[in-house]
Design a protein around this ligand. Structure first.
Ligand code: SF4
Length: 257
């Protein structure tokens, strides 16, 4: 499912409540430094050869302002201003500037709301992105694997992404300011077992969490149709079982089934 607008919702989110989406990426196609086998936006190749036309920060600010004035007039609720959309938000060329715009709009219209970023964390390797993400209330950083091999099978890091060592170092540098998001599942892809719950993945994953020491961990299950069809959705009971293992290490976990 691709977003056809730059400002989306607010929609009810399992994790964020009433979430007003800010999609910085080109409309109707996906642009990402990963190509996750569960991505709700589909495979990157389905968006190949598309012209990359971005809205400018001024255009996005105008759209956001207009939508916020409508929402205020309707007395609608907004809990989170959420950077998310057709791919990886931090690949937008003016991401740092847009963090400033969204914080300004939040302060003016919904000062009680939080600013959230759903990110695969690959661009934290760039200092200007790292510093901009630090300014958000809820930086939600993806970590789906315990080993580089499984990251490649699940997330398919591409040339815009970062090395496994860079990813872990930046998550550790983010530490307690960051929230780690992990989609737990198991299944098959291209005839290979792809799973982040088997012990040889889950144990090193916990080792990374202990070093990162995040504010908390979001564990969640598949929700919508995925490009890879042979993936199994975990039940809430299963998610809770893995959450308990992490909690034993003194790390807070929230489960979204
Ligand atoms: S990081 Fe997000 S947008 Fe990118 S491929 Fe994975 S799920 Fe899709």
């Amino acid at each position: 499912m691709l977003f056809e607008n730059s400002i989306v919702g607010p929609i009810h989110s399992r994790r964020l409540g009433s979430s007003l989406g800010v999609n910085l990426l080109p409309l109707k196609h996906k642009y990402c430094s990963y190509d996750c086998i569960y991505c709700e936006c589909g495979w990157n190749r389905e968006s190949e050869n598309q012209e990359m036309v971005y809205a400018t920060p001024d255009e996005l600010k105008g759209l956001l302002k207009k939508r916020l004035e409508q929402l205020k007039a309707e007395s609608a609720r907004v809990d989170s201003f959420t950077f998310a959309g057709n791919g990886e938000p931090t690949l937008y060329p003016h991401f740092a500037e847009m963090v400033g715009v969204v914080r300004e709009m939040r302060d003016k219209y919904y000062p009680e709301a939080v600013t959230t970023l759903l990110t695969n964390a690959t661009q934290l390797k760039r200092k200007e992105i790292f510093d901009a993400v630090m300014k958000l209330d809820n930086p939600v950083l993806k970590l789906d694997a315990g080993t580089e091999r499984m990251r490649q099978l699940i997330n398919k890091n591409n040339e815009m992404g970062c090395t496994w060592e860079e990813l872990l170092a930046n998550l550790i540098a983010f530490g307690n300011k960051g929230i780690i998001q992990t989609l737990l599942f198991d299944g098959q892809s291209g005839g290979e077992k792809v799973s982040n719950i088997m012990p040889e993945e889950f144990e090193p994953y916990i080792g990374h969490l202990k070093k990162i020491n995040p504010r908390y961990v979001m564990l969640y299950a598949l929700d919508r149709a995925t490009p890879e069809k042979e993936l199994r959705k975990l039940s809430v009971d299963e998610l809770e079982k893995y959450a308990q293992v992490i909690r034993k290490e003194g790390i807070e976990v929230k489960v979204y089934g």
